[in-house]
Design a protein around this ligand. Structure first.
Ligand SMILES: Nc1ncnc2[nH]cnc12
Length: 578
């Protein structure tokens, strides 16, 4: 956090001594003391963006002091999202803006999108320019790309990891999804992890299902927190070893209620080592709120009020070493203050960030994304054709069977054949799928079971940044792929020879510039359309995103072909298109 100049610091101390006029006076304040769990009454005096005084006395005022009567409200500190992926259809600006409207005043963001797409200088300039935002934005240094694409991976040289770790806005390293490769001794990952360890910054692990032994090794390597618990036992396993645990409620892992109910059965809950996150869900998931919804859920589960608020304010501030500046309504802290109806309604009526009331209905700033290296999808000089999507027959084809939205198991099957190609006519729950690069030079073809019954769906929204196409009708799959490229990236669902749904994603083929409200409507419609066509998992948007991610088991679609994470090998190779 920025420090005050000596002059400002002196003025600040004078305001706190009640000798110099406050710039803002919040009077009749009923505020929640996050340090003690007490409701307090009194006055809050600000000097510019900071809280100078909290107590029973009235501050000194002058004609320029802004006076806010808070008698009708309960005040709590601004919320902290400790684990944000700011690029899931929304872009960092629209995501930050929406989160702010729901009370989040500090965010820790994944920088993956910049790592993979923007040069270091442009990424750092973006970090810098975002400092004018009312939200305090911090970043993570990504240690692995999750992508099987060697070209993308090559954009994160070791020097870059080091430079990023040294950046003052970068508060942690991780999340390390490739933990197994790191523990197995893969030199590049070991080297990056060592840099993270040496930096002294927090290191976010990503260890689903890991044993005590694996967690031991992760902690020896430097990990300090993990957000991957899906049972109460896994939460406790982390806490017992001394890790912080972040409880997750996301579109693909809406685990929070169960985790909390399990914790509440324990004799003693180490609440101060817990945080909560929404883990970068797509827009439709945020209709009822972001961090504010996490508090709602916690209160509904019977979590004591103090603990529910602490997990998204003081605890993350302490964990990240920011508590002298953030996480409470207290002298010296940044004036991030939420005006609530009462503690049982965590969605704020009014948000104050950096000592200023946030205008309602403000729209996110417009910026020239290209100046930060965030470009569109280049126009295609190729057209997909139906026969690109015919899958050559073979015995025991490794069909990918979706176990949930993102976990795909291998199911070897000999499928019906017509003219040398797999014929799914009598297999309504199966789809042809293909991954091709945006330049139309290679293609990986496969079969997926359990996504539903769609004629054609194409998406540039993928971790590997290629084009993923799936469906039952190769003609229409070609049309959907071509349409998505014509749109300059996005998602297109086709049926009966027309587009049923189109979502242009002009930023890298993965993000929109539209505001959150619009994106909530559009992605809700997409979810509904797919559910009507038999999609039974939680989130088709994450399904599309993660078909190409290699940190999830088992069948993944990559540039080299259909890949098994279990066998660590290509099962069906890709083919050149031209
Ligand atoms: N590992 C991950 N990478 C990118 N986005 C994510 N959203 C949730 N988990 C993610």
């Amino acid at each position: 956090m920025k420090k005050l100049s000596e002059q400002k610091w002196n003025d600040f101390v004078e305001v706190s001594l009640l000798k110099k006029a406050a710039t803002t006076w919040i009077k009749n304040a009923n505020y929640f003391n996050i340090y003690t769990g007490e409701m307090m009454e009194g006055n809050i005096a600000l000097f510019e963006d900071r809280i100078a005084y909290v107590g029973g006395k009235e501050p000194k005022v002058d004609e320029s002091t802004i006076v806010i009567d808070a008698a009708d409200y309960t005040l709590v500190p601004g919320y902290i999202e400790p684990h944000s992926h700011p690029f899931q259809i929304y872009n960092p600006l629209t995501w930050i803006d929406y989160s702010l409207s729901r009370g989040t005043t500090t965010m820790m963001h994944d920088s993956l999108l910049f790592f993979l797409n923007a040069p270091q200088e442009q990424m750092e300039r973006f970090f810098q320019d975002l400092q004018d935002s009312p939200v305090k934005n911090f970043w993570w240094a990504r240690l692995d790309s999750q992508t099987p694409s060697p070209e993308l991976e090559a954009r994160v040289p070791i020097q870059r990891t080091l430079q990023t770790l040294e950046h003052p806005q970068v508060i942690q390293a991780g999340e390390l999804t490739a933990f197994k490769r790191m523990l197995d001794g893969e030199p590049l990952l070991r080297e990056r992890m060592f840099l993270a360890y040496q930096s002294g910054k927090r290191i976010e692990a990503h260890n689903p299902g890991s044993s005590v032994e694996t967690l031991n090794a992760m902690m020896a390597a430097g990990a300090t927190c993990c957000h991957e618990s899906i049972t109460t036992e896994e939460v406790m396993r982390r806490l017992r070893l001394g890790l912080y645990a972040t409880l997750r409620n996301s579109s693909i892992r809406p685990d929070l209620p169960e985790l909390l109910q399990g914790l509440l059965k324990l004799e003693r809950v180490p609440w101060d080592r817990l945080m909560m996150t929404t883990d970068g869900s797509p827009p439709f998931f945020y209709e009822q709120g972001t961090v504010d919804r996490l508090i709602h859920i916690a209160l509904d589960c019977g979590v004591p009020v103090w603990e529910a608020y602490r997990m998204v304010t003081l605890n993350p501030a302490v964990y990240y070493g920011l508590d002298p500046d953030l996480g409470g309504i207290a002298p010296g802290r940044v004036a991030d203050i939420l005006f609530l109806e009462d503690l049982h309604h965590p969605t704020p009526v009014q948000v104050m960030a950096n000592g200023k009331l946030v205008e309602k209905d403000r729209s996110a700033a417009q910026i020239d994304w290209s100046s930060y290296g965030i470009l569109g999808v280049p126009a295609a000089d190729w057209k997909a054709e139906a026969d690109w999507f015919h899958v050559a027959a073979r015995e025991d084809f490794p069909v990918g069977e979706m176990m949930n939205a993102v976990i795909i198991r291998q199911r070897d099957e000999t499928l019906p054949v017509n003219d040398g190609a797999i014929d799914l006519t009598d297999k309504p729950d199966y789809l042809y799928v293909a991954l091709l690069d945006r330049a139309g030079t290679w293609i990986t073809r496969g079969i997926v079971k359990g996504f539903g019954n769609v004629e054609a769906l194409a998406s540039t929204y993928t971790v590997s940044q290629d084009l993923f196409v799936l469906g039952r009708n190769p003609e229409e799959m070609a049309a959907a792929a071509n349409r998505v490229m014509e749109m300059g990236g996005g998602i297109c669902l086709r049926e009966n020879k027309e587009s049923l749904f189109e979502l242009p994603l002009p930023l890298l083929g993965g993000m929109s510039e539209k505001g959150m409200a619009e994106l909530i409507d559009e992605t809700s419609q997409f979810l509904r359309l797919l559910q009507e066509r038999g999609y039974q998992h939680e989130d088709p948007i994450y399904s599309l995103f993660f078909f190409t991610a290699i940190h999830l088991p088992v069948i993944r679609f990559t540039q080299d072909g259909i890949y098994s994470t279990k066998q660590n090998k290509i099962l069906v190779p890709s083919q050149r298109l031209r």
